[in-house]
Design a binder for this molecule. Sequence first.
Ligand code: ADP
Ligand code: MG
Ligand code: MG
Length: 889
Amino acid sequence: MAEKYVYFFGDGKAEGKGGMKNLLGGKGANLAEMTAIGLPVPPGFTITTEVCTEFYKNNRRYPALLQEQVEENMARVEKLMGKTFGDPKKPLLVSVRSGARASMPGMMDTVLNLGLNDETVQGVIELSGDPRFSYDSYRRFVQMYSNVVMGMDGDVLEHLLEQMKEDRGVKLDTQLSADDLKKLVGLFKNKVKEELGKEFPDDPNEQLWGAIGAVFGSWMNPRANTYRKLNNIPSEWGTAVNVQSMVFGNMGDDCATGVAFTRNPSTGEHLFFGEFLVNAQGEDVVAGTRTPQPINKAGGDGSLPSMEEVMPQCYDQLMQVQVTLEKHYRDMQDIEFTIEKGKLYMLQTRSGKRTARAAIKIAVDMVKEGLISEKEGVLRVGPEQLDQILHPTLDPKAPKEVIAKGLPASPGAASGEVVFSADEAEEAAKLGLKVILVRIETSPEDIHGMHAAQGILTARGGMTSHAAVVARGMGKCCVAGCGDIKVDYRTQQFTARGGSVISKGDIITLDGSTGEVMKGQVPTVQPELTGDFGTLMKWVDKYRRLGVRTNADTPHDSKVARQFGAEGIGLCRTEHMFFEGERIMAVREMILAEDIEGRKRALSKILPMQKGDFLGIFREMKGLPVTIRLLDPPLHEFLPHTEAEIEELAKVMNVSVATLKNKVEFLHEFNPMLGHRGCRLGITFPEIYDMQVQAIMEAACELVKDEGYEIIPEIMIPLVSEVKELAILRGHAIRVADEVISRYGIKVKYLIGTMIELPRAALTADAIAREAEFFSFGTNDLTQTTYGLSRDDAGKFLPFYVEREILPNDPFVAIDQEGVGQLVKMGCEKGRQTRPDIKLGICGEHGGEPSSVIFCHNIGLDYVSCSPFRVPIARLAAAHATLLEELGR
Ligand code: ADP
Ligand code: MG
Ligand code: MG
C-alpha cells in the first residue's frame, strides 16, 4: 500500500484519533478526536509529521505522493462544505496551521482566510452578503500571509492599518468600512511588492503550498529551536500541518472568538475560565490589541460584560462542550473556539498548562470527583514543578509599597532589578544579577530573557497572553496586562499610574498571585504544606518504595527537612561546624600544631562544640537515622589567609609569625581536590576522627540515657579508595565508640560505613563492603573523578558541551547514567554480594533531581538524600518511579 501522508477529519468522522499525536501532532490528533466524538469541528485534513521529517531529510523536497493526497482531501472538504477552493463563485477558504507533537505555544505560525484574491473575494461577498467582513478577512489574510510566508516585517503593514484608522478618525479596526478595508488590501499588496520586490501571490494553490512550506520551514526557525532546547524536544519529531475549512468570528456582533480553560490554570479552581472577543478572528484575544472580555461573570471583575451575559445561548453550548471534553480526556483542557453567526465551532483542545498549585489542586479534585485514580493523580504532577510552590511567597506582614496592579498571571513572588529587553535580562543573569523583565508585551523572541529573569511584568495582554502562558510553563512569577504602567523603552523607564517612575536598575517586587507590583524588595515567607499538597504527598508516600533523606548540617536545616517529609539525614557534613564563629581559631590551632599533644589540646576545645551540634541535630530528628560524615575537605581550606589572621593565630599559639607562615606554605596543595583530604586525613591524623567519633557517641549516649531517644548513629568515612584505609579507620572508630558506650554504661547501636565516591571504590565495592555496614554514593565527587573534570572549573567549557550536544546535559545536575550511573550500579551489586543487607543510598546533588531519582529507584538503592527544599520533589519522583515501573514505562 502507498504511504499515507494525509488524514481527513470532518462531519463526525476522522481517519486519525487522539492517540496518534506522534504522527498527527497534538493539534491534528485532537481535531480528529473531537470530530469523532461528535463535537462541532470545521472539516479539514492533517499532513503528517513524517512529511516534515522527510522534507528535511530530502533537501526540503516533499514526498512524491503528497500533492495528490492533498488534492484528494481538499476535494472531500469541498464536498462537505459545498464550496470549492479557488472558485470565484463559491470559494472555500482555509486555515493552514502548524501542530507539533508537544504543544509549542506561539512557536509556529498560522495563516487564516487562505484562498482569497480579488476574484474570490467577490464570491465571499455574494455568499455572506457582507462586504465589510469579506474585505476584513482579505486584509487579514494579506497581512498574515505576507508576514508568515513571505517574511514581510509585520509592523510595516500594521502601521498602514493604524494610519487608515487615524485618517478615518476611528479607534478600532471594527470601525473601518468595507471600502477602507478594500483600499487597505491594495495598499498592503503594493507595500509588499515595494519592500520584497515580488508580487503577492493571487493563485490559491500557490498560496496553499506557500503556507504549507512556511509551516514546515518554521520548524527549524531560531525561536522554535530555542523553545525545543529549553523543553527537551528533539528536532527529529517534526511538525504536522493542518488545513482546515475556515469559520468566521469576524462576521458581525453575533460572532466571536475565544480561548478558555476547563478549570482555572493558575489556582486550579473547578470553574470554567476564559476570555473572548466579539466580532474578531484568530488570535485577536491573545494579541493584546483589544482587551478581551471574560467568558463568565465569575471569572471577571465586572468591568466588562461576559459571554454568559451577552451571548447566553452560545455560552450554554460552550459549557456543554467543555464538560464533554473534560470527561472525555479526563484532564483539564485548554480550548480555542469561534462563534459564527451564533453557532459554536471548536478549533483546538489540548491538556492545559498549569501552575504547580493548580496541578496539585486539579489532581486532588479529580481523584475526589472519581475522574481519575490516586495513582493517576500522583502522575499528573511533575516533580520538578513542585519547586514553584516550595519556594517563599511574600511575607503578608511585611510593609509594601504597591505602585501598580496587573493580572495575577503566574504565582510566586520575585524581586530584582528592572530591565527592559530580553537580551539585557540574559546578560544580567549571566553576571549573577536577579532581574525583572518589563515589557509592553512579550513575544516568542523574548523567551531567552524570560528564562533568565526572576519574574516578568507586561503592560498589555490577558491571562492567556504569551507572557502569561509561557511564564506559567516555566514556573516563573508573572504579572501581565498591567495597564497601570506606561513603559518607555527609549528612556528605559516605566511610570506607574500614581506617578512613581522606575528606571532600569531599580529594584521592584512582583507578586504573581495577586498581580501587585511593589517598589523595592519585599521579604518573603515559607510555603504552606498542608491542604491539597498534604493530601497528594500522602498518596505519594503510599506508592513510593525509595526512602528520602536530606542533606543537613544544622538543627535548623534538619527541622525544615523534616517538615518537608525527610525520613532521616543522609549526609551531615561536619566541616561546616569547623568554620563557625570562634571555632575556626581552634581548628587552625589544631592543623598547625607541631605535634600530637598540640593537636589534642586544640581538639579538646572543639569537642564540646561538636557534641553540642550533634545533640541539636539528633533532637531535631527524633530517632530518625542520621548519617554523619567525618571531616572531608583538604586542611588548607581552613588555613588563615590574611596577614592579620596569621598574626592573631601566632599570638594564640605562642609561635612566631615566620614559623606560622612557613607551616601554612608547607600545607599548600597543587590539587587539593585530589590531595590530602577525606579519609587520608583520618589515616595521617587519627586524633581528628577520634574526637569526632567521641562527640557523636557522647551526644547519642547522653540523649539515650537522659531523654530516652532511640538513636542509631551512622558514622561515615569519606573518600575511601582502598579497603585497608577503611579497615584501619573502622578499627579506630569502634575503639572510641565502645569506650564511650561503656563509660555511659548503656547499650547503644551504631553503624560504620563509607562513601563510594571514587571509581576505585566502586570497582572494589565487594572488598570494601567487608568493612562497611552501609554505602552512600557521593555522586558529586564520583562525577568529578569519573569524568576527570573539576566542577569548580567546568563552567568554562561544560555549557559549550551541552550547547553543542556533546553531552546531553550537565552531569552535575542529572546523573550520567551511562558512566557514573554504571559505577553506582556496579557498586550496589558488588556491595550486596558481600553483604546482602548492606544499606545503600546516594547523597550527591542528584538525589533531588527527578530523572536521577528514577534511576536510583531502578537500580535498587534504598534511599536518596537531597537538600531540604528538594525533599518533596524527590518523594514525588520516587512515587513516579514506582508507578512508571508498574505501567511498564
Ligand atoms: P496556535 O498553535 O498558535 O494556537 P492555531 O493553529 O491554533 O495556532 O491558530 C490560531 C488561531 O487561529 C486559533 O485559535 C483560531 O482562533 C484561529 N483559527 C485557526 N483555524 C481556524 C479556522 N479554520 N477557522 C477559524 N479560525 C481559525
Ligand atoms: Mg500562534
Ligand atoms: Mg491554537
